[in-house]
Design a protein around this ligand. Structure first.
Ligand code: EPZ
Length: 419
């Protein structure tokens, strides 16, 4: 096992280039299974979730050719659902997109019940409601989810919650269905727009992605024979924005889309940081102690839950008492126990946490409990006085490409070492 060792206290300065979006890539890769042809996907992030997905798709019959570490050619003309992939699919949550894409392509789709970050209960009732509305039968038993159908017919589906996963999964199942499907109260995250753009590039007919009503007109076939570049990662961009503020540094983030970070920019300006965007770059700098703020995480375009832990580090050392309300996940404050080991004064209760700002954090051995908690601890280690050791960093590697190299190029004294 490996750990990250960080000698903190140095402001992070310089520029960093953001990779392709993890949450778009782990949906676009299964979406490619809908193509009866060949396609090229570029700007894939070089992270373990992507590598795992490619392994699963290959075992379903796809022919894979890596052009380089970020670009892949997929031949998905011969796809066969198999039980071989069940164990692999249990390793992360995004494997449930195989249900939507295999259901759209064949009469049976089967995955292991999804794993993923421990954020509390992560039901998939809205996904199942969508598949059943299209005419599928879904069985959840023996740790597997099996969806079968004779044919899929378009329908109108209202989502009780603007679920990212359910929106994407229903979109995948609708692309080759007969007739038109309408998803009402759809999620609007940038990665949903990216999946819709990918599918439309390959021959689908999806309209309204990015709004709360998405219409999918079923087509006969996706021919592919095109290439597509994955959207820059909104969450990685926000992670570096918050790292700049927490370490009182000055970071220019390249290859990003500032519009995707409007909620984060607004909060950073509110607490006294500086943010400037131009073209595909965002510059964030801060040379004084930030002030307190209250945060409520919401579906896009609200403040993203996936940047809540990273924002928690900034509030932990801001001047005054701040409150975070986590409205998306039941249990996303586990990282606060780790920050308290570093001298923070945070009280978390259910879906809210109170941050009594302290002057500074102090290095300590801490444990990453999930992907974004790990990113938060990395930022905390850079901001803290002294040395921080972060364990369980496999969580971080799931979603951040070459994370210690990127932080090192910003001036962080960080090493990845064997435990
Ligand atoms: C996606 O998870 C992301 N994962 C998560 O990012 C992110 O936190 C989340 O969206 C919200 O933005 C991927 O894209 C792979 P949801 P997902 O369906 O799709 C409830 C990261 O760090 N819900 O929008 O699972 C659910 O319980 C990860 O990159 C139902 O009740 O999120 C939760 O309260 C962590 N029934 C809320 O909706 C359902 O059928 C949001 O879930 C589905 C969801």
């Amino acid at each position: 096992m490996e750990k990250l060792v960080i000698k903190g206290g140095t402001p992070l300065k310089g520029s960093v280039t953001v990779s392709g979006a993890k949450n778009a890539a782990v949906a676009i890769l299964p979406a490619a299974l809908l193509i009866d042809g060949v396609c090229t996907i570029d700007n894939l992030p070089n992270i373990s979730d992507v590598k795992l997905y490619v392994k699963i798709i290959e075992s379903l019959g796809a022919k894979i050719e890596w052009k380089n570490e970020h670009e892949i050619v997929l031949d998905t003309r011969h796809i066969e659902c198999t039980d071989e992939t069940l164990d692999l699919t249990r390793k992360f949550r995004a494997s449930y997109y195989l249900l939507g894409s295999l259901l759209g392509r064949s009469k049976v789709a089967k995955v292991g019940s999804p794993g993923g970050c421990n954020l509390g209960s992560r039901p998939i009732d809205l996904h199942i409601k969508g598949f059943e509305a299209l005419g599928a039968t879904v069985d959840v038993s023996n740790g597997n989810i099996t969806a079968t159908r004779d044919k899929l017919v378009g329908n109108s589906i209202y989502l009780d919650f603007a679920s990212v996963g359910a929106t994407i999964n229903i979109m995948l199942a609708s692309v080759l269905a007969e007739g038109t499907t309408t998803i009402d109260n759809a999620a609007k995250e940038p990665h949903i727009v990216d999946v819709a753009n990918f599918l439309n590039t390959m021959g689908a007919d999806i309209r309204g992605a990015g709004t709360d009503i998405i219409k999918i007109h079923g087509v006969e076939k996706l021919t592919g024979n095109k290439s597509y570049s994955v959207v820059p990662d909104q969450i990685e961009t926000g992670t570096f924005m918050l790292a700049a503020v927490a370490t009182k540094g000055d970071i220019t983030i390249k290859n990003c889309i500032s519009k995707h970070l409007e909620s984060v920019t607004a909060k950073l300006l509110e607490i006294g940081a500086n943010v400037e965007s131009s073209g595909d770059e965002i510059r964030v700098w801060c040379d004084k102690r930030t002030s307190k703020a209250n945060i409520k995480t919401l579906p896009y375009p609200g403040f993203p839950t996936d940047l809540q832990p990273q924002m928690g580090v900034v509030l932990a050392i801001s001047d005054g008492t701040s409150i975070i309300n986590e409205s998306i996940w039941e249990s996303r404050f586990q990282y606060t126990n780790e920050l308290n080991k570093m001298g923070a004064k945070i009280t978390a209760q259910g879906k809210s946490a109170v941050f009594e700002g302290v002057e500074t954090l102090y290095g300590a051995p801490v444990y990453s409990t999930d992907l974004r908690a790990g990113a938060a601890l990395l930022i905390a280690g850079c901001a803290a006085q002294g040395t921080t050791e972060i364990y369980n960093i496999e969580h971080i590697d799931r979603g951040y490409e070459k994370i210690e190299e990127k932080f090192r190029q910003l001036g962080s004294n960080i090493q990845r070492v064997e435990e």
